[in-house]
Design a binder for this molecule. Structure first.
Ligand code: GLN
Length: 490
């Protein structure tokens, strides 16, 4: 068995059967990381204790203990999730030396299922970005073409999985940060329904939109990882009190006769590049051949998704990021030589040094739209349009199992190409932000390649808490497409 080419689910079976040890699996991925991380910059921190933890699991397994759902699998975790004793930076200078005294519920749950945190992956600073270029730790490169971005903000997680530096990873998605990098790197990424996964211990960006989710090489692995991290958590009042279904066992690829909605607005001329369109059309035809019925639906307010998203997300961010004041934790400016005149200056100098340009831009935009005098015109109006958008999505989903369409307008772009034009960068998120604003689950499934050999994903958007449909259709597509190529980096 070639460990690096084996799926997470299969690795788990091999470990269970005693064909391979957790230690061997963990060291194979660590070796691969050593080989490629200098170039790709996917990890910020490697868990120094990973091998030791694998060894412990092997001991328990040999002693006859049955390991958990993720028994012995090393998993990469976006460096936005707190991990007790392992530095958690959020991709920011502000937290470059922060070692949390507690863990996120997601990583706790992974621990309960006997997974090993392999390392913490690079990301756009505080998850703000679509290209991974805003990280204090430098850009991540796309394993398919290292002159290109891997997408963002979960770009490190995406690059790590695509380059087999981890069998699977955790990302977070506030406006597309799991799905867009998954599409750009040819992996499966799921943004669960809002409330499916606890946000406790995940560095908050925009609390009404943030969700963590799995990024993996195939649909089954993604479903298994989501099973492990989902569920009600007393520490997060917005986590839903619903049972976690057994998605993996219930996957049913018989999609014949089912109805899927095509959002008319996403298929208008010029909505995506011809290269993306070709791949999207191909998947659409495959589903048709499988007997899926398509129906045109509409979300007329979709053109408001990006502007409303950037009002709501920045407003929430400006409030969430107020906690970084240099007093209790994180970066503090040096006041030895020039002391601060007062507390305001203490904060100002610390924050001016600790935050990068994009984060500052967002704090300013958010503080502006929340300020008295502008609140009604911006934040409040955005919240009302958000409610309308959600209603339109739910109407569009009436009578169909899910919506099918593109994830991104283009394939992965060049590093440096868009970073100086925030508006162009924001417009990238046209197909992904609606899902977060409406709280719906969404998934990117690898669907093919452009003529330049760059991966392209398609997006499936489901009804609230009906992730099963995403897995059923995603698996059906995966079975038909058989895209088992490995990245050039190997
Ligand atoms: N690109 C979006 C933004 O910059 C989404 C980020 C995310 O999902 N974390 O806000």
């Amino acid at each position: 068995m070639e460990i690096l080419k084996t799926s997470m689910t299969e690795l788990k079976q091999h470990i269970d059967n005693g064909d391979v040890s957790c230690e061997a699996v963990t060291s194979a991925f660590l070796e691969q990381t050593k080989k490629h991380n200098t170039e790709l910059n996917a990890y910020i921190t490697i868990n120094e204790n990973a091998i030791e933890q694998a060894h412990e699991l092997d001991k328990r397994h040999k002693a006859g203990e049955k390991l958990g759902k993720l028994g012995g699998i090393p998993i990469a975790v976006k460096d936005l999730l707190c991990t007790r004793g392992i530095r958690t930076t959020a991709g920011s200078k502000m937290l470059h030396n922060f070692v949390p005294p507690y863990s996120s519920t997601v990583t706790e749950k992974m621990d309960e299922e006997d997974a090993i945190v392999l390392g913490k992956t690079n990301l756009d600073e505080f998850a703000m970005g679509s290209s991974n270029e805003t990280s204090y730790f430098g850009p991540v490169k796309n394993p398919w073409d290292t002159t290109r971005v891997p997408g963002g903000s979960s770009g490190g997680s995406a690059a790590a999985v695509a380059a087999r530096m981890a069998p699977a990873a955790i990302g977070t998605d506030t406006g597309g940060s799991i799905r867009q990098p998954s599409s750009f790197t040819g992996i499966v990424g799921v943004k669960p329904t809002y409330g499916r996964v606890s946000r406790f211990g995940i560095t908050a960006f925009a609390s009404s939109l943030d969700q963590a989710g799995p990024m993996a090489n195939n649909v089954k692995d993604a479903a298994l990882l989501l099973e492990a991290i989902s569920g009600r958590d007393g520490q997060d009042a917005t986590s839903a009190n619903l049972p976690v279904p057994n998605w993996v066992e219930s996957i049913n690829t018989n999609v014949a006769g089912k109805t899927v909605g095509l959002l008319k607005e996403c298929f208008e001329d010029g909505a995506m590049t011809d290269e993306v369109r070709k791949v999207v059309d191909n998947s659409l035809n495959i589903l048709k051949d499988l007997g899926v019925k398509f129906k045109e639906v509409s979300v007329p307010a979709i053109d408001t998704a990006v502007p409303i998203y950037y009002l709501i997300a920045t407003s929430e961010a400006s409030s969430n990021l107020a906690r970084y004041d240099g007093v209790r934790f994180g970066h503090r400016a040096n006041f030895d030589e020039i002391p601060a005149e007062n507390i305001a200056e203490f904060y100002a100098r610390t924050r001016a040094e600790g935050f990068g340009e994009e984060v500052k831009r967002r704090i300013m935009m958010g503080a502006f739209s929340l300020s008295s005098g502008y609140y009604d015109a911006y934040y409040d109006k955005a919240c009302r349009v958000r409610a309308l958008l959600r209603k339109q999505y739910l109407e569009a989903l009436e009578g169909c199992e899910l919506l099918f369409g593109p994830v991104t307008t283009s394939t992965a772009f060049k590093i440096g190409e868009r970073i100086d034009d925030p508006i162009e960068m924001y417009n990238n998120d046209i197909f992904t932000t609606g899902c977060n604003l409406a709280g719906l689950p969404g998934m990117s499934v690898p669907a093919g390649f452009s003529s330049e050999g760059l991966p392209v994903g398609v997006q499936l958007i489901g009804r609230h808490f009906e992730e099963q449909n995403l897995f059923d259709f995603g698996q059906a597509l995966e079975d038909e497409l058989k895209l088992s190529e490995v990245p050039s980096v190997l």
